[in-house]
Ligand binder design. Structure first.
Ligand SMILES: [Ca+2]
Length: 272
């Protein structure tokens, strides 16, 4: 069993062998797809703004882009990896709570939590572009999948959004071992899987976008604790440098950002 913090969810395990006296079933029962468990090794550690309430994180051509939350403090920013310094930033309207961030064809998209607004920003200078209003769901995490956006809302559903109209093309019901997995937060598409922070836990899951099944669980509970003692200072923020195949993670109010290497656990034994 691997507990992902929202109740205890059964991890994959080999089916128990049938007793020899049992009749051989005519056909094998359908199996949930195997889940691979990964641990992480820190490859490099970088400074991260400890005031950044990180809601979205991505990598593009040599720098990080990040969106932050909380009313009156929310912004979209470009930051330098080595120093953690903000290169440029644009505030999100002060009455809104910023959420996830994604980049598609030179435009950054950022969600808001309960404000129904999805903002667009020009990549090269973060100039605000046309905002969309009336988005009917909570905004949590955001990433891209092919030519579309994918948004989470804290439930077990991911929504694939048309980037022009922001209409829902389809919904991906996310399951772990056959059961809905809720609290999906920051997102990042990595090698065809949608990685998601599971809110208030030290886990990232890798989701098959075709079926919604969790195929990977990444156990990040051993990352160093942030200096912030706030309850909300949780793991949240995944960025993938596809060219150099570097994976970055950080958290809300974390003073560090880590490049990590994933190491497959040979025996997916119980972790809790
Ligand atoms: Ca991300």
């Amino acid at each position: 069993m691997v507990a992902i913090g929202i109740g205890t969810v059964a991890a994959q395990s080999a089916p128990a062998p049938a007793p020899s006296s049992a009749p051989t079933p005519a056909a094998p029962a359908p199996q949930a797809p195997a889940v691979e468990i990964y641990d992480a090794r820190i490859v490099a550690s970088y400074p991260h703004d400890p005031k950044a309430f990180t809601q979205g994180l991505l990598w593009h051509e040599g720098t990080l882009y990040e969106s932050t939350g909380r009313e009156g403090q929310s912004d979209v920013r470009q930051t330098d990896l080595q120093t953690g310094k903000v290169i440029r930033r644009q505030p999100i309207p002060a009455d809104q709570f910023g959420e996830g961030l994604a980049l598609l064809r030179g435009t950054l998209f950022s969600l808001t939590w309960k404000d129904g607004a999805i903002h667009r920003w020009r990549l090269k200078d973060l100039a605000p572009l046309k905002s969309h209003t009336g988005y009917p769901y909570e905004g949590w995490g955001l990433t891209t999948l092919g030519d579309a956006l994918v948004a989470s809302d804290g439930s077990s559903n991911l929504r694939v959004l048309d980037p022009k109209t922001l209409a829902v093309r389809r919904t991906i019901p996310v399951t772990y071992s056959g059961k809905p997995l809720t609290m999906l937060n920051e997102l990042e598409t990595v090698d065809g899987l949608i990685f998601a922070n599971v809110w208030m836990t030290g886990f990232v899951v890798g989701i098959d976008p075709a079926t919604g099944a969790v195929r990977r669980v990444i156990d990040l509970r051993d990352l160093p604790k942030p200096t912030s003692a706030e309850r909300d200072a949780v793991l949240n923020g995944i960025a993938w440098d596809a060219k150099a195949r570097r994976l970055f993670v950080t958290g809300k109010l974390w003073d560090r950002l880590y490049e990590i290497e994933l190491i497959k656990r040979q025996e997916p034994e119980p972790v809790r």
